[in-house]
Design a protein around this ligand. Structure first.
Ligand SMILES: [Zn+2]
Length: 122
């Protein structure tokens, strides 16, 4: 079992990371409830008369932003989920097999929801 003190520390780590990700997202996205994940990347105006090359660059930049946005949103979801679970006995147990997640793993990633064996492969 994870003791209360450790849970409190992990909760603080999660809240810190949540705040950081929300700030990162706010820097280049707007909140859009209709968009998957709740955010939409925005681009600075490129101005009129930009060449086709500029427009291609803009598209590449936009795609990059969108993939970063999705990565951050995914992480944010994991963190929010962990934060809702942290006050329940469910926290720290693998969601696949119910075994305890090693504390060392939770310290590295307090949002981990699975043991190492059942960790999603990226
Ligand atoms: Zn497992």
């Amino acid at each position: 079992m994870i003791d209360e003190e450790t849970k409190k520390q992990l909760g603080e780590v999660l809240r810190d990371e949540q705040a950081k990700i929300e700030a990162d997202l706010a820097a280049f996205t707007i909140k859009n409830k209709a968009a998957p994940g709740g955010h939409e990347s925005i681009l600075a105006e490129t101005g009129n008369g930009s060449s086709p090359e500029d427009k291609a660059d803009t598209m590449v930049a936009f795609e990059k932003m969108t993939s970063v946005e999705h990565m951050l949103e995914k992480r944010l979801e994991e963190i929010k989920r962990a934060l809702t679970l942290i006050d329940t006995p469910q926290y720290g147990l693998c969601e696949k097999c119910g075994k305890e997640i090693p504390l060392e793993r939770l310290k590295v990633n307090p949002a981990a929801m699975t043991c190492i064996e059942h960790a999603p492969k990226y």
